[in-house]
Design a protein around this ligand. Structure first.
Ligand SMILES: NC(=O)c1ccc[n+]([C@@H]2O[C@H](COP(=O)([O-])OP(=O)(O)OC[C@H]3O[C@@H](n4cnc5c(N)ncnc54)[C@H](O)[C@@H]3O)[C@@H](O)[C@H]2O)c1
Length: 224
């Protein structure tokens, strides 16, 4: 969000955790326009309302980043049906809800860029992530299908596959897991959230005007 606001975008942060979204929007407000709304991406009406807020407050919807995600890691021996369903629902249905509601506005505008957050886990599959890897691979297929549906309307759809990115979630991993993952990364370090944001910003902007249906790996060369 920071990168988008720095580039002059007016943003709506839609998140299940309204306090978190409000804090993020407040931190950005001295540098630009940011609104926060509560939204469960699994609920089409709530996603529709978040999109309507963007249009009502800022006048249009030029970019949609489908970013919401959860992990419920466990090997198949231990993973419950509920853990499988939750991950599929938040990632796949959530992304689909974001796509269709954003596309409804963008098709009228005859322009727009939609960015779907996949993961390198969807390319190579990780132990303990049969739910997450499936959902993230599904997002790639969904991105390509939507890109074909929307191209003639001037709307582009692309996916991003981050690798190991230094966030609160990954910082919580034990050191030996970090060491194993770092050994697989040619650039020999984790990525920073700003390094995913700058790729998202590129895909959002006209600098990527001839890209649609693509999958960009932001992995420091891991699993190339
Ligand atoms: N951090 C990484 O290393 C990494 C790597 C690959 C892909 N990704 C993907 O990038 C995206 C962002 O990851 P992150 O590390 O910033 O995660 P994060 O946990 O910091 O942020 C995810 C956000 O999604 C929100 N959310 C969860 N369920 C929701 C729902 N039903 N409706 C609306 N919001 C919901 C959470 O409240 C949270 O604010 C995710 O899709 C994740 O799968 C992250």
């Amino acid at each position: 969000m920071e990168a988008f606001v720095e580039a002059g975008a007016q943003v709506v942060i839609a998140d299940l955790d309204l306090e978190h979204a409000r804090a993020a929007a407040d931190a950005l407000r001295d540098r630009g326009a940011a609104e926060a709304v509560r939204c469960d991406v699994q609920d089409g009406d709530e996603v529709g309302a978040a999109v309507a807020t963007a249009v009502a407050v800022f006048g249009s919807l030029d970019v949609m980043v489908n970013n919401a995600g959860i992990a419920r890691d466990a090997t198949m021996r231990r993973m419950t049906e509920s853990q499988f369903d939750q991950v599929i629902s938040v990632h796949l249905k959530g992304c689909w809800n974001g796509l269709r509601h954003a596309a409804a506005v963008m098709r009228e505008q005859r322009s727009g860029s939609i960015i779907n957050l996949s993961s390198i886990s969807g390319k190579v599959g990780f132990v303990g992530q049969t739910n997450y890897s499936a959902a993230k691979a599904g997002i790639v297929g969904m991105t390509k299908a939507a890109a074909k549906e929307l191209a003639h309307l001037g709307v582009r759809v692309n996916a991003v596959q981050p690798g190991l990115i230094r966030t609160a979630m990954t910082e919580a991993m034990p050191q030996h897991i970090w060491d194993t993952k770092l050994a697989e990364i040619p650039l020999q370090r984790a990525g920073e959230p700003s390094e995913v944001a700058s790729v998202n910003l590129f895909l959002a902007s006209d600098m990527s005007s001839y890209l649609t249906g693509t999958v960009t790996e932001v992995t420091g060369g891991r699993y190339m």
